[in-house]
Design a protein around this ligand. Structure first.
Ligand SMILES: *Cc1c(COP(=O)(O)O)cnc(C)c1O
Length: 431
């Protein structure tokens, strides 16, 4: 190579190295902060101690622990029991009792085992245990007007080609931020089979419905048999192209994801499951294995996090959560802005907070780790994607854009037309 060419190549490499150095600094500053965020994998030993303590208290065996029906039967829903297990004081216990009179609570022994001794600001504890701030009377019980979007029993239809079938009001854990708490009565109640049959008939009669979402409550709290009946019925409707299931069991009751359940799911492809991990502490070995069994059964897994003040309203926590999810084959799908549901105001963040989290993700990390931030339109008119502005100006000829780092570019709107050059000329046409 001639000297001058070699120098040019070296210069280019030198520039690339400078740029790479700049990019490394961006990643490393995140990594330093993320190190301090615990996950369900790093706290596993601590959870094992709590698990044994809960088993001793409830008089259960290790086999019992792995049995989801045992987990359900033994959900902790008594303030005295909770206070005993966590070592809560009298005042705190009384508060749980007081809030519990208004809003139902129950915690699977598994989910409770993730609560550490120093629990006050712990994301697991806060999502599970009633908080005195739930007594705030602001907000509405049905801000989405769901009652007005039900053309058939159990059905919520808000979109042209897809709908929800609510099959149960039951959950393994009643989240303190629940956006459907008006449905969570004092009693566990699966929908009547005759009502579900009517919902399925509605789907069958409306050939534009190509996507059916089975949810609740938590759809996976149905028995395998009941679920298989619903999936089988939907599977036989030719225009139902995909089936979806909404469940938080991979997070709150991973024992539910049995090999038998996975065999049922495997028989009715394609099935998409969206779950709800809100914090890296929820990504435990048990949750990872449950997701692995589902993915191996051909289920496509997505996550719908809820943006919650004090839990995941930080760019570092949200980025780490999404990275941990991708490692267990769960694709971040949505981040929901918390609605103004009564008793959940203390969870709400500003929209600006959500936007700055989205800004901190895009470009800085894999596109796979960037979900869509969603605001629900009041009155149940659908989900609105909310994004930082990357389009700075839009003219008929020129669009001004910015990159994730804020570099501004102008690009043309319409591609310049040079079609005339390629039109056959008159000579060719006649010749
Ligand atoms: C969220 C929702 C869906 C699914 O919406 P996608 O954006 O397709 O995930 C369907 N029906 C109702 C009523 C919903 O609220």
């Amino acid at each position: 190579m001639r000297m001058r060419e070699k120098k040019a190549v070296d210069d280019i490499r030198q520039q690339a190295l400078i740029r790479a150095e700049q990019l490394s600094r961006d990643a490393l500053s995140y990594m330093r902060e993320a190190e301090a965020v615990e996950t369900g994998l790093t706290t596993y030993e601590r959870a094992k101690v709590r698990k044994q303590q809960i088993l001793d208290y409830l008089g259960g065996s290790l086999q019992d622990w792995d049995d989801w029906r045992w987990q359900l039967r033994n959900r902790i829903k008594d303030a005295g029991v909770l206070a005993d297990i966590l070592g809560m004081g009298e005042v705190e216990k009384k508060r749980v009792e007081k809030v519990g009179k208004l809003f139902r609570w129950a915690i699977s022994p598994y989910y409770l085992s993730l609560v550490p001794d120093d629990y006050h600001n712990n994301p697991i504890f806060r999502q599970a245990v009633p908080d005195i701030r739930e007594l705030d009377e602001g907000g509405s019980l049905d801000p989405m007007n769901e009652a007005l979007t039900s053309p058939a029993p159990c059905v919520t239809r808000r979109y042209p080609d897809r709908l929800i079938i609510n099959v149960t009001n039951q959950c393994a854990m009643f989240c303190r931020h629940c956006q459907r708490r008006r449905n969570i009565g004092e009693k566990d109640r699966h929908a009547k089979s005759s009502d579900i049959a009517e919902a399925i008939a509605y789907v069958a009669e409306n050939r534009e419905i190509r996507d059916v979402l089975i949810t609740g409550g938590d759809a996976l709290l149905l028995s395998d048999q009941h679920l298989e009946w619903i999936l089988g019925e939907l599977h036989r409707i030719p225009h139902v192209e995909i089936k979806r299931i909404g469940t938080r069991t991979p997070v709150t009751l991973p024992q539910r994801v049995t090999p038998e359940l996975c065999e049922v799911l495997r028989r009715y492809p394609p099935i998409y499951i969206n779950t709800q991990f809100n914090h890296p502490l929820e990504v435990t070995p048990e949750a990872r294995d449950a997701c692995s069994r589902l993915a191996d059964a051909g289920v496509v897994l997505g996550n719908q996090a809820v943006l919650l003040k004090g839990i995941n309203d930080s760019p570092t926590v949200m980025r780490k959560l999404n990275h941990e999810l991708l490692r267990i084959r769960v694709r971040p799908y949505y981040i929901f802005h918390a609605k103004d549901v009564r008793g959940t105001r203390h969870w709400q963040t500003s929209i600006c907070t959500g936007l700055s989290i989205m800004e901190s993700l895009r470009g800085h990390t894999s596109g796979l780790a960037v979900p869509t931030y969603i605001l629900n339109a009041p009155g149940g008119y659908g989900k609105i994607p909310v994004m930082p502005n990357y389009i700075l100006d839009m003219q008929e000829d020129v669009v001004t854009l910015r990159t994730w780092e804020g570099r501004v570019f102008e690009v043309y709107n319409q591609p310049p037309s040079n079609e005339e050059e390629f039109l056959p000329d008159q000579d060719e046409m006649t010749g």
